[in-house]
Design a binder for this molecule. Structure first.
Ligand SMILES: Nc1ncnc2c1ncn2[C@@H]1O[C@H](COP(=O)(O)OP(=O)(O)OP(=O)(O)O)[C@@H](O)[C@H]1O
Ligand SMILES: [Mg+2]
Length: 323
């Protein structure tokens, strides 16, 4: 096993995430050879993975899993462990997610960096790249620590994220949710589990931002959430509820084609109400029911309350200055 495997050697920028001191291993992503047929001849090491091979972080590149919109994903061997290496594409090859709503409130180091990013200079673009990659690593570390079923991250080096390879429990790589046969009972079960996952994520302050049947793998023990570079800070983004609702509605739309009863549920609104109230926690029983309060607002009553509060405050200050 490589010596970095259970340590947090990930080189992030001011992530502020406390290092994990106790390693933990999710049963659905146990390290180990999960490949039924490891490629007999190794593939030529792709250029972007060379720095990791040179650093001794990766021993061999076994095969390419796929090339998506945002990244290419490889299966690699690190000592006696098979891992997944996600190689981020350049910003110019990427798609929609550069939108400002995702970037809102993301931490950058200082105003010089913020200005460079706004101007789109070479340095600015590099900063933006790092910020994008770190957002996924940060989210994975935080979510793993919060007990969310995500692949355990190991490190991020030169634009490559090394993480657990999610297996299917039979020696193969886990399929995407979209590619799995679904019965009504299974749809109800997976939907309930994923609602719990989004609650856990929100309790950890994170909204996935692109949750769908394409960004969920079905591991040996059920759904595993992946693909988080666009993850959003729930507390600091003015579009947080809209993004959260979209994630939850994506789950509802997908699963309700197999389990129509889910079509009526309103988990997003219900969960968000608890979140705003400050009472959300992962074990809270949820119903999926929510009554939207669409009564017209009584403006006079609100103004009366505001005036009362102002008067009260003025009186309080008067008494304070008398003391
Ligand atoms: N940890 C992992 N274990 C197993 N397979 C993985 C893992 N991470 C990614 N994959 C595979 O690689 C694919 C692409 O990964 P991901 O969704 O993170 O990247 P992406 O560039 O956003 O791709 P896409 O554009 O298809 O969404 C996933 O659909 C999945 O099949
Ligand atoms: Mg994806």
């Amino acid at each position: 096993m490589p010596d970095w495997f259970n340590a947090t050697t990930y080189n992030t920028l001011d992530s502020g995430i406390p290092a994990l001191t106790t390693p933990f291993i999710h049963p659905w992503s146990l390290p180990g050879p999960v490949l039924r047929n490891p490629a007999p001849t190794l593939m030529k090491t792709p250029k972007r993975l060379l720095p990791l091979v040179e650093e001794g972080l990766v021993d061999e590149v076994l095969s390419q899993l796929m090339s998506g919109k945002e990244a290419s994903v490889f299966i690699v061997r690190c000592a006696d462990v098979i891992c997944c290496a996600k190689v981020y594409k350049d910003a110019k090859q990427r798609s929609f997610r550069k939108s400002t709503s995702y970037q809102e409130n993301r931490k950058v180091r200082n105003s010089r960096q913020a200005r460079a990013m706004e101007k789109g200079s070479r340095y600015g673009r590099k900063m933006q790249e790092e910020e994008w990659q770190n957002a996924e690593v940060d989210a994975l570390f935080r979510l793993s620590a919060a007990g969310v079923t995500v692949p355990r991250p190991h490190l991020c080096h030169e634009g490559v994220l090394l993480m657990d390879l999610v297996g299917d429990g039979e020696g193969g790589v886990a399929p995407r949710l979209n590619d799995v046969e679904m019965s009504e009972a299974l749809a109800l079960d997976y939907h309930a589990r994923l609602i719990k996952e989004v609650v856990r994520m929100l309790c950890a302050g994170i909204i996935h931002g692109d949750l769908s049947e394409y960004n969920i793998l079905v591991g040996e023990h059920g759904p595993v959430v992946i693909d988080l570079p666009q993850a959003v800070d729930a507390a600091g983004n003015s579009m947080a509820f809209e993004m959260f609702k979209r994630d939850v509605i994506n789950l509802r739309s997908y699963f309700s084609t197999f389990a129509p009863a889910l079509g009526e549920t309103m988990y997003a609104e219900e969960i968000w109400a608890y979140y705003e109230e400050g009472t959300l926690h992962p074990d809270l029983p949820l119903t999926g029911q929510f009554t939207v309060d669409d009564r017209p607002v009584d403006v006079d009553a609100v103004l009366e309350q505001v005036e009362l509060a102002i008067e009260e405050e003025a009186l309080r200050q008067m008494f304070q200055s008398d003391e």
